[in-house]
Design a protein around this ligand. Structure first.
Ligand code: UDX
Length: 435
C-alpha cells in the first residue's frame, strides 16, 4: 500500500513514520523545501523523543520518503492523509485556509479513485465540506471518498501514542473506504486496539469532545486546588481519593499553572465557537477557559504573598515549555506569566532544558535573562518559580540553590517537591493546593 501524507508537522511526521513502520510505503509531502531537505538528512524540525530513530530507520528501509512534489506522491498513492495545521483565528474559530488549499490542489491532481483521510483536527462538518470542494473542482468524474481519522497524539509521547493508541476512530460513509483505512491500521487491529467506526460528524466531534473533557478535568482540579488552599485540604490526596473511582479516573487530575500547548486551548475555543454557531452554547467550556486564564496568574499572587511588591525583585523561572519532554512553548503558561512579572517591575531570569530557543522567538522583545543552567537561573533571585515538571528539576541540589539565591523562596506550580523536605532546608515554599 502506498500512502501520501500532506504536512510534516507533529501529526504528519509521526503518522508518516509510524505507518512506514507498519510496513507501508509512505511519501511525506510539504511545500517547505528547506524542511523537506532537512528531513531527507534525518534532521527533525522539533524535539520529540524516539521520532528521529523511527524516521531514520524507515528511510533506511526504503519505506519513508520526503518530497515537495505533491502530484507525484498522490499519483502513486491510493490513500492521502491531510495533516496540515488548523491554527486558531482571533475569534477562536479554526483557520481552514491550509485545508482548503490542499483540497483544491488535490482536485487538480486526482485522476483515479483515492481515499482522502483527514487527520488534522477540523470543526464538525469540515470533512463533508472538503469532499464537496474536491468533487466540485476535480477535472474528471473519478470517485473520491473521504474519511475522518482524528489523531490523539500527545507531544512528548507521540511515537508511543501512535504505536499504542487507546482507540482508532474512523468516520466515513463508504464502507469500501473504511475497509481500506482499517487495513492500514491492521497491526493495531490485531493488537486488539478498539476501533470506533462511525459517520464523519461523530468522528470529528470525538476529537473535540476528548480534548474539551481533558481540559475540563484540569480546570476542575485547579479550582479544587485553589479551594484546598483556603480550607486547609490537600489536593494531591483529594485527586487520589476521587481518581480511584473508575467513573472519574486518576489521570489529568494534576493541578498546575494552567493547561497550554497547541491543542487543548485551541480545541476548546473552537468547540465553543462551533456551539455558538448552531445556538448550542458550551457554557461549561467557557468557564473552563476562564478558569485556565486565571490559573496562569495564580503564581503572581503567590509571589506577592511572600515578597510584597515585585518591583525590582529578581524572579527565576524554571520551565518554559507547556509541559515536559517537548520544546513547544505554544500557549505555555510562562508566556502569560513573564510579561506580568515584567509589568510589575520584576527582573526575570529563565531556564529550560530544551525550550529556550523556541521561547526566545515567542518572547521576542521581552527583557529576559536566559540562564545556562538551573543554578545560574537561581543566582541572585528573590524567588524561584517552577512552571514545568521536567525530570531534571526533580533532582536539583536545593541546598546549592539556596546558597546562590538572595532570598530562599520556591513556588512550585507542579507540586514536584515534598514541602517538609524543602522547608527543612530553610526555604519558604509553596506548592499548589497543598499545606
Ligand atoms: C493533548 C491531548 O492530550 C492529545 O490527545 C491531543 O492529540 C493533543 O492535545 P498535548 O497538547 O501534547 O496533548 O498535551 P497534554 O499532555 O494533554 O497536556 C496539555 C496541558 O495540560 C499541559 O499544559 C499540561 O501541563 C496540562 N496538564 C495535563 C495539567 O495541568 N494537569 C494534568 O493533570 C494534565
Amino acid at each position: 500500500m502506498h500512502i501520501t501524507i500532506i504536512g510534516t508537522g507533529y501529526v504528519g511526521l509521526v503518522s508518516g513514520a509510524g505507518l512506514a513502520d507498519f510496513g507501508m510505503k509512505v511519501f511525506c509531502v510539504d511545500k517547505d523545501e528547506e524542511k523537506i531537505n532537512k528531513l531527507k538528512n534525518g534532521i527533525i524540525p522539533f524535539y520529540e523523543p524516539g521520532l528521529e530513530e523511527l524516521v531514520k530507520k524507515n528511510v533506511k528501509a526504503n519505506r519513508l520518503f520526503f518530497t515537495t512534489n505533491l502530484e507525484e506522491a498522490v499519483k502513486n498513492s491510493l490513500v492521502v492523509f491531510i495533516c496540515v495545521g488548523t491554527p486558531p483565528n482571533p475569534d477562536g474559530s479554526a483557520d481552514l485556509s491550509q485545508i482548503k488549499e490542499v483540497a483544491l490542489s488535490l482536485a487538480e491532481i486526482i485522476d483515479e479513485y483515492k481515499v482522502i483521510v483527514t487527520k488534522s483536527t477540523v470543526p464538525v462538518g469540515t470533512n463533508r465540506w472538503i469532499k464537496n470542494l474536491i468533487d466540485s473542482n476535480k477535472k474528471t468524474s473519478v470517485a473520491v471518498d473521504i474519511i475522518s481519522n482524528p489523531e490523539f497524539l500527545r507531544e512528548g509521547s507521540a511515537v508511543e501514542d501512535f504505536m499504542h493508541p487507546d482507540r482508532v476512530v474512523i468516520g466515513g460513509e463508504s464502507s469500501y473506504a473504511i475497509a481500506i483505512i482499517k487495513d492500514i491500521y491492521r497491526p493495531l487491529y490485531l493488537a486488539e486496539t478498539p476501533f470506533i467506526i462511525t459517520n464523519l460528524e461523530t468522528a470529528e466531534l470525538i476529537k473535540y469532545a476528548t480534548n474539551a473533557f481533558l481540559a475540563t478535568k484540569i480546570s476542575f482540579i485547579n479550582e479544587i486546588a485553589n479551594f484546598c488552599e483556603k480550607v486547609g485540604a490537600d489536593v494531591t490526596t483529594v485527586a487520589k481519593g476521587i481518581g480511584i473511582d473508575p467513573r472519574i479516573g486518576s489521570k489529568f487530575l494534576n493541578p498546575g499553572p494552567g493547561f497550554g500547548g497547541s491543542c487543548l486551548p485551541k480545541d476548546v475555543k473552537s468547540l465553543i465557537h462551533q456551539g455558538r454557531k448552531v445556538s448550542s452554547p458550551f457554557r461549561l467550556l467557557e468557564a473552563v477557559i476562564e478558569v485556565n486564564e486565571k490559573q496562569k496568574l495564580r503564581v503572581i499572587e503567590k509571589l506577592e504573598k511572600f515578597l510584597g511588591d515585585l518591583k525590582d525583585k529578581t524572579i527565576g523561572v524554571l520551565g518554559l515549555s507547556f509541559k515536559p519532554n517537548t520544546s513547544d512553548v505554544r500557549e505555555s503558561p510562562a508566556l502569560s506569566i513573564i510579561p506580568v512579572l515584567l509589568e510589575k517591575g520584576a527582573k526575570v531570569k529563565v531556564y529550560d532544558p530544551v525550550a529556550m530557543e523556541e521561547f526566545k522567538i515567542a518572547a521576542k522583545g521581552l527583557n529576559i535573562e536566559y540562564a545556562s543552567d538551573p543554578l545560574n537561573c537561581a543566582a541572585e533571585t528573590h524567588g524561584l518559580v517552577l512552571l514545568t515538571e521536567w525530570n531534571e528539576f526533580r533532582f536539583l541540589d536545593l541546598s546549592q540553590l539556596k546558597k546562590v539565591m538572595k532570598n530562599p523562596l520556591i513556588i512550585d506550580m507542579r507540586n514536584i517537591y515534598e514541602p517538609s523536605v524543602v522547608k527543612s532546608l530553610g526555604f519558604s515554599y509553596e506548592g499548589i493546593g497543598r499545606l
